[in-house]
Design a protein around this ligand. Sequence first.
Ligand code: NAD
Length: 502
Amino acid sequence: MTATTEKTTTLTHWINNAPAEGKSGRTSPVYNPATGQVQAQLPLASAAEIDAVVQIATAAALKWRTSSLSVRSSVMFKFRELLSARRDDLARIITREHGKVHSDALGEIARGLENVEYACGIPTLLRGGYSEQVSTGVDVYSIQQPLGVVAGITPFNFPAMVPLWMLGNALACGNAFILKPSEKDPSSANFMAELLKEAGLPDGVLSVVHGDKEAVDAILEHPGIAAVSFVGSTPIARYIYEKGTAAGKRVQALGGAKNHMLVLPDADIGMAADAAVSAAYGSAGERCMAISVVVAVGDSGDKLISAIQERIPALKIGPGDVAGNEMGPLITREHRDRVAGYIGSAQEQGAKVVVDGRETKFDNDGFFLGVSLLDDVKPGMAAYDDEIFGPVLCVVRADTYAEGLKLINDNEYGNGTAIFTRDGGAARQFQFDVEVGMVGVNVPVPVPVAYYSFGGWKASLFGDTHMYGPEGIKFFTRSKVITSRWPDPAGSKVDLGFPQTR
Ligand code: NAD
């Protein structure tokens, strides 16, 4: 049923520190996933609208880069305070458009806030290096300068956190930032833009433009945009990277994932089961760092399956704004049906459906699906090969550590992984061997804190720099090296020899 009985509103872009109506005449519906109803229409920007925003951002960037580091840092401090004070409001917006439960929405805001706190330290982060007397009377020093106008294109699954991975660092470095959020849950971006205005960010330095492929292509092609930071699915990440770099831009494009949790026979089974359930079904499995595959080594398999199965009936699934619920709906009806399709296909391809989420009944039209547990999953089955991005946990059996490791290293993705064991030597060996960018040791969702950087390997990241932290600062700046001397003109003479330092 596609009911549209909720009151719909028309959303706006955010340009020049004010809401701006769309001009293209094209819109897309924004759903409340917990009710299945359309609650708003989102304007989709045309290439001409993107061009107009780039002109505004270009002028703003020229001024913003002249602001002192203290000014930029105090905008970030103030933004941090406002974001912290208004976190409940922002969490409600996230829940209403994304569907995740309120506590989980607060969690993503907390992790996003870490990145704003990191950007507050911009005076220290942008300190360059200085070498005195590289040659007689000659000094060399390096400085980090902003790129100008930079853009971020973000996915639906973290409508606040992923934009915050980018925008604090991009702005604090002295750039103007254009954000193109997911069209499925766009309102968090406008809310944060308003807070940045309140925090003192000058007009035009941050723009939020909503849109689909047309807006994204216009961003990728626009000569006025120097860099694009992207987070989303692998096919689109690859496209963004290829098209953006072909247009001469700096691009970092983070893609999808298939995160394996390796459970060794000596692991504490209760603890591993708690971790697997939390990491697989939290946020309905719509996290790029969700555990979607448990690799049970040796005789840990049967015990682990029953421990996971035991925990499932207690999970509270329902609307994210109802206190006590632990898991909300999926993002769209189509995505929910696609995820459900993997349960049937896995069964047909020989996997055992231990818990079938399709059997859980819900009494409304929201995009809900119960959680599923599949055993005896193998490479070659669609449920293993594809990123499902839903509450479906696959268990693969492996006889040995080496077999489990090979499975992980053979996978096309390399975002996150975890090992559960009580053997420190085995854990250290895993950290050494595994071809994945972020590794947890008894930590199922090893998202790095803001002062490290976030990024996967292989098909989970296209580009050279990881997201946020020191690599984020590197991404949003370019370095300049200055060689300087102040000689007495009296000693000056023509010398056609190549400059040497000895
Ligand atoms: P998506 O790739 O569909 O969309 C991401 C962004 O790209 C959105 O802003 C969207 O408007 C735009 N886009 C979509 N199709 C496009 C097209 N054909 N041309 C140009 N632009 C297009 O991703 P999603 O469904 O919003 O998010 C879920 C995906 O993101 C999952 O694959 C998940 O693993 C991944 N993700 C990865 C990370 C990470 O850090 N590696 C983090 C979060 C999410």
